[in-house]
Unconditional design. Sequence first.
Length: 391
Amino acid sequence: MHPCACKLEPLPPLALNLLLTDYEPTMTTTPDITLIGGGAIGLLTARELIKAGASVTVIEKNTLGQESSWAGGGILLPLYPWRQAEAITHLVLQSFSLYPTLAAELSAETGIDPEWTRCGLLITQNPDIAAATAWCLRHNVAFQAADTALFKALDTQPEHPLWLPDIAQARNPRLVKSLRQDLLNKGANLIEHCGLLGINRTGTRITSIDTDCGTLAVNQVLITAGAWTGQLFKQLFPESHTAPHIAPVKGQMLLFDAPPGLLQTMVLDGDQYLIPRRDGKILAGSTVEHDDFNKTTSLAAKERLAAFALRLLPALKTAPLLAHWAGLRPGTEHGVPYIAKHPEFDNLSINAGHFRNGLVMGPASAQLMADLILNRPPHIAPEPYQLDRSH
């Protein structure tokens, strides 16, 4: 936690409005914060803001959470986190501390269980084992040398295998569904199938946005549009000198209809993985493809993923293949997201660019974004996530 962090009570609406903006009091129907993009990052951030007392509208061009948030696997740890930027680790560790309460609250308050499950992660091959164990020790992440019992059903060639017993997963579609319901319960205005067409501004302040659902007045604007954020920003602010560098990166996955208990833990083997859900279904992923905004699946990827899954877990040969899909991750250099107020506009912020780790970093990213918008002491240092950082 950042040294200046402290426990903060939600601001009363009037105080919050005065803090957020100097808009005229007659504009009572204008939300305090309008979010553009309704994936997991947008929904988590909206929840953090509304819990602090803000009024929130979320605008989504398609259906909430049906892009990268729905398509991912839900392992709540970056793949080989010791190989990632330290800025990613900060968000991951803070999210670790937030997820148990978040999942319990969502389940209790919506009746939709996001299936946050601490099932552990087996990493079969770690040629950089010294870096791996050093990272775990430095950040107090439990680890053990992997017992041979963990490999009983697997066909692989272990190299310094590592067992991380406390690593959890979340079931993406259920998490998104529970977040959506929770926001509705808390009074958020969720607008789906509504594309953003343009912005209207006076000087450096955005006054309204034009959508294919009409023109909407705004106070604070927050872009949480995932892989579409870079493209959207260029469309809306072509003259800006500080644009987020975010591009789509496709990932394809498979889902097998396996019986419960066939696989007890998540397994990372090389660059691919298997994830067992509570009901027994097993995900196999994933590809990393630079193919612009093309979300079509390919037979080659299907065959490659299936071959990996059936080789690693031979018992899957009797499990029907249920589904094959693709999603678009919001890629940035080194995978570090942008979580910042925009330096050129008075009332614009961005929370996007989480690449493969949107769910992993999501709760902490939402918390930091709310800290910045509401002028709260930040829970983690915000400097690595600025828009004008060096790339």
